[in-house]
Write a protein that binds this ligand. Structure first.
Ligand code: GLV
Length: 322
């Protein structure tokens, strides 16, 4: 009988998504509704060779020390800030992630949020539902249109570029700040690379698409928010801690900026009593950037391919560490 390695899937996923995994390995599935690799799974730690994680699971030195046979961690996300990559590399553990397959879904949601926050869709819809739709008025529910506005993109990776492509089609001027120049985006969508301070000062919409790293953590702080136009909108599709939450609350309360749309927050989930929910100029969605039927299925397929390659000792289709 061929060797069937033990694999931990940290939380349940639809059975038809994980069928190929069940066939190939001895699958141990963790509990729903708890973030992290549950302590209940500890009896399997000694034998586990593969770990399929969600972005709510922390994989650190501590955990790795308990898993001496681990060969591969496959994260069901493009971001890998929940995983200590260096610790994995030191132990020869491959880390997989899911770039590419989610690019268009995330760029779509970015545009949904840009339009929603710029046109105040959520307050207008709430007003209509609550019976506050009086006679049509020329100066009610006025917003900002995308055409002719300047979009500032922080981080012009695959997702940032898919956003730039949409922005160009919407008639926006596209500025970006990125570690390296992207000549193709400049040629195709007229994107112009500018320093961070210029991006802050000139954007009508500022959209965040950087990974969470020590360099990007807290990048959108009080000083950055004060540099933005009072008419500008912030959209965060990256990771919550890229924005300093307390500074953002003040910026929205005191009108340093016009509004924000956040698909990611710090903390996550954002507790129901959080002041951001009380602000009519803040739209919050529960980290749904890649949440389409097609994309989540593709992410599961890719995460499983990464995992199985790692178990075989082969290079992963998408590996995040060296
Ligand atoms: C989602 O946030 C991801 O990193 O895939």
């Amino acid at each position: 009988m061929p060797h069937r390695p033990v694999v931990i899937l940290t939380h349940p996923m639809p059975e038809d998504w994980i069928a190929p995994l069940r066939e190939a390995v001895q699958l141990v599935v963790g509990p729903a509704g708890v973030a992290g690799v549950a302590a209940d799974l500890r009896p399997h730690f000694g034998e586990v060779e593969g770990l399929l994680t969600w972005l709510i699971d922390r994989v650190d030195e501590h955990l790795l020390a308990e898993m001496p046979r681990l060969k591969v961690v496959s994260n069901l996300a493009v971001g890998v800030d929940n995983i200590d990559l260096e610790a994995c590399s030191r132990r020869g553990i491959a880390v997989g992630h899911t770039p590419g397959v989610l690019t268009e879904a995330v760029a779509d949601l970015t545009f949904a949020l840009l339009l929603a926050v710029g046109r105040g869709l959520f307050t207008a819809a709430e007003d209509a539902r609550a019976g506050r739709w009086g006679l049509w008025q020329p100066d009610a529910w006025l917003g900002t249109e995308l055409n002719g506005s300047t979009l500032g993109i922080l981080g012009l990776g695959q997702i940032g570029q898919a956003v730039a492509r949409r922005a160009h089609a919407f008639g926006m001027r596209v500025l970006y700040t990125s570690r390296s120049p992207k000549p193709e985006a400049e040629a195709r969508w007229g994107a112009q690379r500018v320093p961070w301070e210029t991006l802050l000062a000139e954007s009508d919409f500022l959209s965040l698409h950087v990974p969470l790293t020590p360099a990007t953590q807290g990048m959108v702080d009080a000083e950055a928010l004060r540099r933005m136009k009072p008419t500008a909108y912030l959209v965060n599709m990256a990771r919550g801690p890229v924005v300093q939450t307390e500074a953002l609350v003040r910026a929205l309360q005191e009108g340093w900026i016009a509004g924000a749309a956040l698909d990611v927050t710090d903390p996550e989930p954002l507790p129901p009593e959080h002041p951001l929910y009380r602000l009519s100029n803040c739209l919050i969605t529960p980290h749904i950037g890649s949440a389409t039927h097609l994309t989540r299925r593709r992410m599961a397929d890719l995460a499983i391919s990464n995992l199985l390659a790692g178990l075989r000792g082969e290079p992963l289709p998408h590996q995040a560490n060296a």
